[in-house]
Design a protein around this ligand. Structure first.
Ligand code: GLP
Length: 240
């Protein structure tokens, strides 16, 4: 069920994914888009900004939901996904800040989870963008997370904390928990666009494509989704 796009250059596949999103918004200006963070979507956002300006596409009526946010960071921390999203996407286009949603960084975790789940349940995500963790996590749904999970507090695995340390200036303060959409929330999206680049994702992508559906590799559930587009550079696609 996977539609796979591979190109030598990751920029080219990002352009394809960006165009897919823009074409959807042209047809449905009030689309609901699920957003991801990490290194991988940066190229997609760059391309989306450039193309949206060239093609005069407005994001005023678009609603967004991010997959996740760290827990324990200061609300003003530049390491937060809130700041990442402003920097790489929101500030460059005409988004309505009232339609942008991420889990909050405020201290009341239970309340944040309830609020986020409630907001999500009032919307249907049309297109969900995903990266993939090297251990197969999506959002911050780490191996072992139940496929029927909803928004929850996730304990990050040692390998994820290790992978993410490159994004933190202060490596003593890398968060060990995050609030994430659950796997069930992700699976409700109408269409899923998953991006991966680089040889460090090569094994992960092979497991995604050839492996069994198992909670020990969370992304494997995508095999049950009817509409998944996977965008890869040739390094990530080397083993498939
Ligand atoms: C983090 C995010 C995921 C992302 C993953 C991979 O754990 N929560 O949503 O997919 O990192 O990140 P990268 O693209 O930097 O490899």
């Amino acid at each position: 069920n996977f539609n796979i796009f591979i190109d030598k250059s990751f920029d080219s596949v990002c352009e394809l994914a960006a165009q897919e999103i823009l074409d959807f918004i042209k047809k449905k200006p009030n689309a609901v888009i699920g957003l991801a963070t990490g290194n991988t979507p940066k190229g997609l956002y760059k391309s989306l900004v450039k193309k949206a300006k060239e093609q005069n596409v407005s994001f005023k009526q678009v609603t967004t939901f991010n997959l996740d946010e760290y827990v324990g960071l200061d609300e003003k921390s530049s390491d937060s996904y809130n700041v990442y999203m402003q920097k790489h996407l929101f500030q460059h286009l005409d988004f309505d800040e009232n339609r942008i949603h991420l889990p909050s960084l405020s201290k009341d975790i239970e309340q944040n989870i309830d609020d986020y789940q409630k907001l999500l349940s009032e919307h249907k995500i049309d297109i969900q963008i995903l990266g993939i963790g090297s251990n197969g996590h999506i959002g911050f749904n780490e191996p072992g997370t139940k496929f029927d999970s909803k928004v929850h507090l996730a304990d990050l695995t040692e390998s994820t904390i290790y992978d993410n340390q490159i994004y933190f200036k202060d490596t003593n303060n890398i968060p060990k928990q995050a609030i994430t959409m659950g796997i069930d929330d992700i699976m409700k999206a109408g269409k899923i666009l998953l991006l991966a680049s680089g040889s460090n994702k090569r094994k992960t992508i092979k497991t995604l494509i050839d492996g069994q559906i198992t909670e020990s590799f969370p992304a494997s559930i995508l095999k049950k989704h009817p509409l998944v587009y996977i965008y890869l550079d040739h390094h990530a696609a080397l083993d498939i």
